[in-house]
Design a protein around this ligand. Structure first.
Ligand SMILES: O=C(O)[C@H](O)[C@H](O)COP(=O)(O)O
Ligand SMILES: [Mg+2]
Length: 303
């Protein structure tokens, strides 16, 4: 495996690298920003790529926001972006449920472990759901809940899917209810299974960690519809119709973003060192996932 090219400060190398691609798939958390903190010169870099006629797609595993929510965040951050350029894991999961799984109504209802981003995208696709941000589930489990869940009186007979995303309001009642749906044959899906979430220039438990307890109890991992899933890559390509050989994935995480690009046989991958993965992760001898090139921060693409 060849060593990745370090492009920070390499003007000629940057020119040559950017000229290889017409399309850039951008990860968001850890590449553009950490929470609400925009990294240096990100807006200028996006502007530069657009001025060179590059097509940009923002492909995020963060399921807490819908595409519409992300459009508002891009506007707030001063990054010009069209809502159709955003492709998040909530949208990926909603499209998969509505267009691929297509469970016959009324047994197509989704039990959601996650935030409003998932609910909004399921609504757009006309997929019914329960739980999510419903305050009725944001309470301690009571002794009578065990009986009501076990005998099914507290369960909705139309739930056919459990969808696990990044849930900032985890509790035992939701996990126990989801578990019982799975025991009754519901399909187990996840928006993504990232172990950590880059926030406030640090790391916090991610969607994969949020759903790990349920997976352990059930004894099976969910089908993830976020990066590196190629169902997501196929859906992104199906929507944007790009030439994979002229497309580059830009990300901060080896086992989601860079693996997504490599498995998707994209023309290239660029790692950015402002998020989860460190350069030691991919420079080490025998590293599992190695990007084509890397920079310290996205703004370094300005040369
Ligand atoms: O835990 C998560 O959901 C992820 O860490 C997070 O949201 C990743 O977002 P991305 O880096 O794909 O924009
Ligand atoms: Mg990221």
């Amino acid at each position: 495996m060849s060593q990745p090219k370090y492009l920070t400060g390499d003007k000629a190398g940057l020119e040559e690298f950017l000229a290889k691609f017409d399309v850039f798939l951008f990860d968001c958390d850890g590449v553009l920003w950490s929470g609400d903190h925009l990294f240096p010169k990100v807006a200028e870099t996006i502007e530069m790529l657009r001025s060179k006629g590059k097509q940009l797609v923002f492909v995020t595993n963060n399921s807490t926001k819908s595409r519409a929510d992300y459009k508002k965040k891009f506007d707030k951050m001063g990054i010009p972006c069209n809502v159709d350029e955003v492709f998040g894991s909530s949208y990926s999961a909603a499209v998969y449920i509505a267009c691929i799984l297509k469970l016959p109504a009324p047994k197509n209802k989704v039990f959601v472990l996650g935030e409003t981003g998932i609910e909004q995208e399921l609504n757009v696709e006309g997929v019914p759901y329960i739980c999510g941000t419903d305050p009725a589930f944001r309470r301690d489990i009571e002794p009578e809940d065990f009986t009501d869940i076990a005998n099914g009186s507290a369960l909705d007979p139309d739930v056919g899917i459990v969808l696990s995303g990044l849930d900032f309001h985890l509790n035992y009642l939701k996990m126990a209810t989801a578990f019982q749906y799975l025991q009754r044959g519901a399909i187990f899906l996840a928006t993504n299974i990232d172990s950590t979430l880059p926030m406030a220039h640090s790391l916090f438990p991610g969607a994969g960690s949020a759903g790990a307890g349920l997976a352990k109890a059930f004894g099976k991992e969910p089908l993830s519809l976020g990066k590196p899933s190629q169902a997501m890559m196929d859906a992104v390509e199906g929507k944007f119709h790009f030439d994979r050989s002229r497309t580059c994935m830009v990300g901060d995480r080896m086992n989601t973003d860079i693996q997504f690009g490599i498995e998707g046989k994209l023309g290239g991958t660029l790692a950015v060192l402002t998020g989860v993965s460190k350069k030691e992760d991919f420079l080490a001898e025998g590293a599992e996932t190695v990007p084509m090139a890397y920079v310290d921060q996205l703004g370094d693409l300005l040369g």
